[in-house]
Design a protein around this ligand. Structure first.
Ligand code: PLP
Length: 356
């Protein structure tokens, strides 16, 4: 893939105070755009000054949500190098997502090259402060100018980049989550395993309601029996019960296959932990909590790496986990993953990819 680079003539002001970066509101100077149509396939790969996109009002994405996305980060290490964490995994997942909803897959090599080139162009935007990073948002959507929905004829793949603040600027604070019993996020045969915008639309009502009640996210149950735990908001979930780490299986394709989840399972197994990927019923969690065997619970995802669960509400009953504090295994996973990502510990897995 040849990428044409047009640099901006008006570079933006880089935030002077990295402690005020926040998440996803300011963007770097450039973006990547790649066009697809069914006659010539992918073409016109380009990096251009960051700006608005012009789309036909009938564009498929506005009417039928034909959109999938990814989320990954670029990290600055102590020696000034900027590196990515397993970008090929994001590329492969976006292909699976795209295929499920009828969007043209972006080849893995093109995806990774586009991310690397864009980050290289906007490298100076990568924050220097501890815990800060560049959040990278690739997204792919249908652009046919027709309100009739048929096989897609045209699409766009775009990547934007947002310098982001430390997720845990004030220490790792455990979150409160609640079981959602009314709405469901995914069903077997549906799009649960894809990172598509529509999944978030389906989750939005319950998330907003939970926020009103003071919870940070909801814990989703399976869409059929409403009995088995699937995942939290935008994170996978893991529990430590009676010494063992258990996490919902991704086999039924109702749970998003997180790259953080996958990496943590590898770290845990390497360190000799007993790990089970299987169905976990909400009764099992309740019983473990009552018996004092629910030792730790944490969410896993790119944004936070881990998010310890301090309080879990099931049918109005609160269960406090590990006295509302981060647990030992949760902490070990956080230190290991962030250590590799920010180059503080040796990457024995070969997960990091340097940006030139
Ligand atoms: C992105 C996402 C995750 C976490 O995936 P990572 O690859 O670890 O960032 C988990 N659940 C949902 C619904 C997601 O969209």
């Amino acid at each position: 893939m040849e990428i044409k680079i047009t640099r901006t003539e008006n570079p933006g002001q880089k935030p002077a105070d990295e402690s005020k970066l926040g998440f996803g509101k300011i963007f770097t100077d450039h973006m990547f755009i790649y066009d697809w149509d069914d006659q010539i396939g992918w073409h016109d790969a380009r990096i251009v000054p960051f700006g608005s996109l012009e789309l036909h009002p009938a564009a498929t994405v506005f009417h039928y949500a034909l959109e999938v996305f990814e989320g990954l980060k670029a990290y600055r290490t102590a020696d000034g190098t900027v590196q990515l964490f397993r970008p090929d995994e994001n590329a492969k997942r976006m292909i699976n997502s795209a295929e499920r909803i009828g969007l043209p897959p972006v080849p893995v090599d093109d995806f990774v090259q586009a991310v690397k080139t864009l980050i290289s162009v906007d490298k100076d935007w990568c924050p220097h402060s501890d815990g800060c990073s560049l959040y990278i948002r690739p997204f792919l959507f249908g652009t046919d100018a027709s309100v009739g929905l048929h096989t897609l004829h045209s699409a766009k793949f775009v990547i934007i980049v947002a310098p982001s603040g430390a997720y845990y600027a004030n220490g790792i604070n455990p979150v409160d989550i609640m079981i959602e019993t009314e709405d469901v996020r995914a069903v077997r045969g549906g799009t649960g395993y894809t990172k598509c915008g529509g999944n978030y639309a389906a989750a939005q009502r319950a998330t907003v309601e939970a926020e009103k009640k003071g919870f940070s996210q909801v814990l989703w149950l399976d869409g059929v029996e409403r009995k088995y735990i699937e995942e939290v908001g935008s994170m996978n979930i893991m529990f430590k019960i009676d010494g063992k780490v258990v996490t919902p299986s991704i086999e039924e394709k109702t749970v998003l296959p997180g790259i953080t989840r996958k990496s943590m399972l590898e770290v845990l197994r390497d360190r000799g932990f007993a790990v089970e990927e299987r169905k976990i019923s909400i009764e099992e969690i309740e019983e473990a909590a009552k018996a004092g065997k629910l030792e730790e619970a944490w969410g896993t995802g790119t944004a936070a790496v881990v998010s310890p669960v301090g309080r879990l509400q099931i049918d109005g009953v609160d269960y406090i986990i590990n006295n509302g504090k981060i647990g030992e295994v949760t902490h070990m996973l956080y230190n290991t993953l962030t250590g590799i990502q920010w180059g503080k510990i040796e990457d024995t897995y070969g997960w990091t990819v340097k940006v030139d």
